[in-house]
Design a protein around this ligand. Structure first.
Ligand SMILES: Cc1cc2nc3c(=O)[nH]c(=O)nc-3n(C[C@H](O)[C@H](O)[C@H](O)COP(=O)(O)OP(=O)(O)OC[C@H]3O[C@@H](n4cnc5c(N)ncnc54)[C@H](O)[C@@H]3O)c2cc1C
Length: 220
């Protein structure tokens, strides 16, 4: 059966860094759970790609955080969108939802993998959450002003930020982690693999680790 496409419209399109953008589109009454994603459609049938909703469950519009890949199929089309333009989506779907809002959470993200963390925190501002965010450049530490009330470890491998220079997979090894924490890992597959292997070796159970791989590339 064909997926139901919902016709939406661009409300705003904001450049966040050299290659990253936030697209805000009409919600069209969509009901979703924090951590779920949409498929966005381009001009050709094959040009649909998945994007986590970066808004909270109660927000008026749908925010999508995406990185422009100049050789990619869909993101160059997204990058041309102007406020008022039409954009279709289907969804929501996905399984990267909050399992237990009362648990201690450690969220580890690279690049645009921060999107579900934003949705979690906009939906449940009181979460006991520690965030490690890895980025290419300090400017790619998206939404960092929104994490002020949380324990936040920005990680950039090329320059020191707040006294640390390196990857999230290095930073997490320096932390004292609650034994019953839930770990949410999102972004580059290589980071997810590396961090989950380390967590398992450190004695955490696989049931404590939730993963949302986006793409293969280590230096995001
Ligand atoms: C569950 C899920 C959720 C996702 N959520 C988001 C999201 O919220 N924001 C977002 O930007 N992307 C997200 N993605 C990735 C997205 O679906 C697309 O793959 C990405 O936007 C590239 O699409 P494209 O058509 O421009 O490139 P394509 O023509 O698909 O080719 C892109 C190539 O670059 C790699 N790639 C994809 N994304 C990146 C990246 N960010 N950095 C470096 N290399 C990359 C791919 O592995 C592929 O080899 C998600 C993917 C999945 C599976």
């Amino acid at each position: 059966m064909a997926e139901t496409r919902i016709k939406s419209r661009v409300l705003s399109h904001t450049r966040l860094s050299d290659t990253a953008y936030q697209l805000r589109i009409e919600r069209k009454g969509l009901v979703f759970r924090a951590g779920e994603l949409l498929s966005l459609y381009g001009e050709a049938t094959l040009d649909s790609r998945d994007y986590t909703i970066a808004s909270g469950e109660g927000d008026e519009a749908l925010d999508i955080l995406y990185r422009l890949l100049p050789q990619g199929a869909l993101t160059p089309q997204l990058a041309r969108l102007q406020p008022g333009d039409a954009l279709s989506f289907s969804g929501p779907c996905g399984s990267f939802q909050l399992r237990d809002a009362s648990a201690s959470l450690v969220f580890v993200a690279t690049g645009t993998g921060i999107a579900p963390c934003r949705s979690f925190l906009r939906t449940y501002p009181e979460l006991d959450l520690t965030l490690l965010h890895g980025a290419r450049e300090p400017v790619d530490l998206f939404y960092r002003d929104e994490w002020a009330a949380k324990t936040y470890y920005p990680c950039v491998s090329r320059v020191p930020v707040e006294g640390f220079q390196g990857r999230v997979s290095d930073r997490i090894k320096l932390l004292s982690l609650p034994p019953d924490a839930h770990f949410y890992l999102c972004g580059a597959n290589e980071m997810i693999y590396e961090v989950s292997e380390w967590l398992l070796k450190a004695g955490f159970a696989s049931e404590q680790i939730f993963k949302e791989p986006y793409y293969y590339r280590a230096d995001d």
